[in-house]
Write a protein that binds this ligand. Structure first.
Ligand SMILES: [Zn+2]
Ligand SMILES: [Zn+2]
Length: 241
């Protein structure tokens, strides 16, 4: 839905990258799978990159959609093929190369969720790292070295400890806190740190509290929101949207 809102529908996607198979990261996959199928003029498998387990997840998505697939095949005479995906399961190295764009994966640490990966996207001039859910680790450092932008999922240790729900406190085990994200950025010479997947969600007016916890990092820090756009064109990242 977010991609569609920036006029990049499912049929236009050249690759879909999964960092791991936690529900909050994959439960909209079925929409992309279906919409690519029904909005393409010819068979066009969805290209999916992810850790081991991704292929069987896509098979389960297709199985879940069996009634829908039947309805649409029955209704549309010009739709004569089933939806499909081409899945590449990797945890290390270059996973995608097209024109000037290269995507590199490395294993991250979100244990006991295993395996998980982060991605670094490079073109001729810029580099952006998508960390996913992970604590600081060697694989993440490898991706982040001198990157222009690090997009890191974060949680607030102080707020979660105050809430005191054991199941929520458990998430501290395997996510980066805000200071940890800042330390990863400092250690690797990152230019701009984008904080996303904010847990618990910031109450209105408390955004500065999140930014204050990145004090060790002297680059630009951005609290992400849906449809955020970062312009990397002119040296440092510029914010819009
Ligand atoms: Zn996760
Ligand atoms: Zn998550």
């Amino acid at each position: 839905m977010r991609a569609a809102a920036v006029a990049s529908g499912a049929a236009a996607l050249q690759g879909l990258f999964l960092t791991h198979l936690h529900s909050d990261h994959i439960t909209d996959l079925n929409d992309v799978f279906t919409m690519r199928w029904v909005t393409s003029f010819a068979p066009s498998p969805l290209s999916v990159f992810g850790p081991p387990g991704t292929a069987s997840t896509l098979e389960a998505v297709e199985a879940m959609l069996a009634p829908d697939i039947g309805y649409r095949l029955g209704h549309h005479d010009d739709l004569t093929w089933r939806p499909s995906a081409e899945v590449a399961e990797n945890t290390q190295g270059v996973v995608f190369e097209r024109a000037a764009v290269r995507v590199t994966a490395a294993a991250t640490d979100h244990s006991p969720v295993r395996p998980t990966v982060g991605y670094r996207i490079d073109d001729a001039d810029h580099s952006v790292v998508i960390a996913g859910d992970t604590v600081p680790c060697a694989g993440l450092d490898e991706l982040c070295r001198d990157a222009d932008v690090l997009v890191q999922t974060v949680v607030r240790r102080d707020l979660i400890e105050m809430i005191g729900l054991p199941r929520l406190t458990d998430v501290l085990d395997y996510h980066s806190s805000v200071p940890q994200a800042a330390e990863t950025a400092v250690r690797n010479g990152v230019g701009t740190l984008v904080l996303t997947h904010l847990v618990p969600p910031p109450a209105a007016g408390t955004e500065q509290d999140w930014l204050d916890q990145t004090e060790r990092f002297h680059g630009e820090v951005v609290l992400a929101h849906d449809l955020l756009t970062l312009d990397l064109g002119a040296g440092s990242a510029a914010l819009s949207g």
